[in-house]
Design a protein around this ligand. Structure first.
Ligand SMILES: *Cc1c(COP(=O)(O)O)cnc(C)c1O
Length: 405
């Protein structure tokens, strides 16, 4: 047996060993066997873009050029597959590279049924690039009642795209119900779930029957606001082979250095997200009682219409909370008073952030659509970090207390 077969066997048996272990154990060990030669407990960062060949067409091992595959990326792809309960994982240079890669599974004239509240960047790519340049037809609708998906399906429907929890209105979709309804119409329709807001700690769409889970790893998976990355995972060998081929051809792959940072970030995923779940829940409850807050949107609250679905399919409700302050309060003045929450886009990292969607993340959404979603001037989205809860509560309390209508 040649040494690469031996290494492959060593890696496979390592992953097999950890498949049955708990989630936190997987975070630390999946795809991270002690290095075959030196036993280093962290994977080597293989920066090489090319790999020597013994004779033309006969590389030393399984890699020839890093766009098609790289040993450090392979460590990460095995890790994310393990965490998403999938057989196969792919990592991309951003969440959008992952999503646009998946659309390459389709051909002109194919139809996609997509949740109306989908992430703004996905919406923009679908409507302004893919529909126009690639001839893919996108139909948008609410996924609140999955049975109604049937009303918009046809023999041309090839993909259904949804999100576990949407941004920033935090609508939660019933994933197993979406899968059941879709497959009852046609087994071959590919169900894609963007699980960015939950991370595999809180929800694993593959376990709920989704064909492909996709995430912006820029958020919870990376967790430190220092890498831009996307992931896709599947249990289907056919889809895996198609996605690998697309990935190699499109070329939107991350660098080995970033793969290493993602592996490092993932080791603490469960403790980060557990803390974020707890902090977010406490903050949502506090905001609900504040006299200057009109409404709090958080699936963890009993007042949320999505509470039961979230409880059924998730371990926690995530670190994102949206709220609307009382009419008449100056939103810019409120933001200025915050000291711990940083005013910035993005989410899922260890530091707490606040976003003003109407002027920041959702500025490109047409005003009438924003109005319909309730994203007005007083609407804020916070991404809760891992700081001490008391400091976060105090920061919000100080800023809110000082506001007068
Ligand atoms: C951020 C985000 C994306 C896009 O990911 P990038 O890494 O920014 O390209 C896709 N979906 C959701 C839900 C996101 O929050």
């Amino acid at each position: 047996m040649d040494k690469f077969d031996e290494i492959k066997k060593y890696q496979t048996s390592h992953d097999e060993e950890f498949k049955s272990k708990g989630f936190s154990t997987k975070c630390v060990h999946m795809g991270a066997e002690p290095d075959y030669i030196f036993g280093s407990v962290n994977p080597p960062i293989h920066l090489s873009t090319t790999f020597a060949q013994r004779e033309p067409g006969v590389p030393f091992g399984p890699y020839d050029y890093s766009r098609g595959g790289n040993p450090t990326r392979n460590n990460l792809e095995r890790l994310i597959a393990g965490l998403e309960s999938a057989e196969f994982g792919h990592v991309w240079s951003s969440g959008m590279a992952a999503m646009s890669g998946l659309i390459h599974l389709l051909k002109p004239g194919d139809e996609v049924l997509c949740i109306d509240d989908v992430y703004g960047g996905t919406q923009r790519y679908f409507k302004r690039v893919s529909a126009i340049q690639q001839g893919i037809v996108f139909n948008f609708m609410s996924f609140d009642d999955p049975k109604l998906l049937l009303t918009k399906m046809s023999e041309k429907t090839k993909m259904v795209v949804s999100e576990t929890t949407t941004n920033p209105t935090l609508k939660t979709t019933d994933i197993s119900e979406i899968v059941r309804v879709t497959k009852s119409y046609n087994q071959d329709i590919i169900v894609v779930i963007d699980n960015t807001f939950m991370s595999p700690y809180n929800c694993r769409p593959i376990e709920l029957g989704a064909d492909i889970v996709m995430e912006s790893a820029t958020k919870y998976i990376g967790g430190h606001s220092d890498i831009l990355m996307g992931i896709t995972c599947t249990n289907s060998k056919v889809l895996h082979e198609k996605i690998s081929f697309i990935q190699k051809n499109l070329g939107g792959v991350p660098s080995p250095l970033e793969c290493f940072l993602a592996i490092r970030g993932l080791k603490t995923l469960s403790i980060r997200v557990e803390r974020q779940n707890q902090n977010a829940m406490a903050i949502a409850k506090f905001l609900e009682t504040h006299k200057n807050v009109e409404k709090v949107i958080y699936p963890g609250l009993e007042s949320s219409p999505y509470h039961q679905i979230s409880k059924k399919q998730q371990k926690g409700f995530g670190g994102v909370v949206s709220f609307i302050i009382k009419g008449g309060i100056e939103s810019k003045a409120f933001l200025k008073k915050l000291k711990v929450f940083l005013l910035a886009e993005s989410l899922g990292s260890i530091e707490s952030l606040i976003d003003h969607p109407a002027l920041m993340t959702h500025l490109s959404v047409p005003e009438d659509v924003r109005k319909e979603l309730g994203i007005m001037d007083g609407f804020f989205r916070i991404s809760v970090g891992i700081e001490d809860l008391e400091d976060l509560l105090q920061d919000l309390k100080n800023a809110l207390d000082e506001m007068t209508v």
